[in-house]
Design a protein around this ligand. Sequence first.
Ligand code: PMT
Length: 406
Amino acid sequence: MRITLGVTGGVAAYKAAELVRRLQQEGFSVEVVMTRAACEFIKPLTFAALTGKKVITGLFAESGGEANLESAIEHIAVAQRTDLLLVAPATADTLAKFSRGISDDFLSTLYLATTAPVVVAPAMNVNMWNHPATQENIERLRGRGVHVVSPDEGYLACGMTGAGRLAGQDAIISAVREVFQMRQDLEGQTVLLTAGPTQEDLDPVRFLTNRSSGKMGYAVAEAAARRGAKVILISGPTALESPAGVTRIDVRTAEEMLNAVQKHVAEATTAIFAAAVADYRPAEAAAHKIKKTGGEFALRLEANPDILATIARKKGERLIVGFAAETDKVAENARKKLKEKDADLIVANDVTAAGAGFDVDTNVVTLFARDGRDLALPKLTKREVADRILDEVVRLSASVKHQSAD
Ligand code: PMT
């Protein structure tokens, strides 16, 4: 996801540098546009170094004394390639321009030219913030669908105390995430998911299983449905409620899971395999309860089918997302699974790490994509991880469509 960060001319402009870092850590690609006044507070070079991209500071880049054509239409190119315009800090002047449609610099022109969602985080003196003109502009922008991250109260650079301090990074980031989540970017897609453990019968009262609670897979199912997808959730035994709007099919064994997946996969545009499927099952399930003999008891196991690999063999244009539950050499093993199972994306978790893996509400994952992009995420809730996985699904689907159009 690409964010264009507009930095305007206030003391809080320096905080935008840290914001760039946070957005990048969250997995966003960031491009910076600065107003002339912002350049008085912080140098474009700071943002160029942080983003590795040119920083746009004006409508017309001078080349040999003359404005060139490329720069004259650059605001259109930026408007088209951005997924979200975030302005932080947003001054009273910029908010007024946005509100009135004045487009006398790059940022205000970009605001008019883009159809992407817009988030503004105002920062200014308390009286400027409370002034009816500013409040009227804010209301007009809200009415137009602009998301406003209200300023914090506190001690301001001007020496006064009150509302006007740039909102904290967490509030800005969560507003950005919320806007992305409100998007129905999976509309028209069908996502098939496996989740939870499998149970492999030994006899009528015993089975082999594992510690999967289903939380990770259910979080992805819930997020995919929220983002507009039709979701078919094929679930091993869990204690979880079905997420809203999801079709759930309950199974117990790996074989049942494979059958259910094969029955429904034809309609799926994306298949995501979050289940902890037993690799082996008892070679024979006893018809009657196995009696205690007192001596040693040897159990013969046979391999279960690999559901992911079976489906990936005939994937066509379907996107295949696998998980990798690892305890060591996480990256190496995940890359191996990506290749060997012919997946498009592998979500690798070190299930021995604190707050990661089985039966907790958080996870620490790295996403390994077929196109070589690796994305290491910090510890996040499984709901947040779910959205990151789906962001990658959206990105990879777009590249598949792009390739088939070429
Ligand atoms: O359910 P939770 O308590 O929330 O825990 C989440 C989780 C740890 C189960 C989840 O994050 C996770 O890692 N799921 C995959 C578990 C697993 O079986 O990993 P694996 O590395 O053994 O398998 C690799 C991939 O092949 C997985 O996508 C798996 O679903 C799939 N597979 C494996 C074996 C098999 N027979 N068929 C499969 O489809």
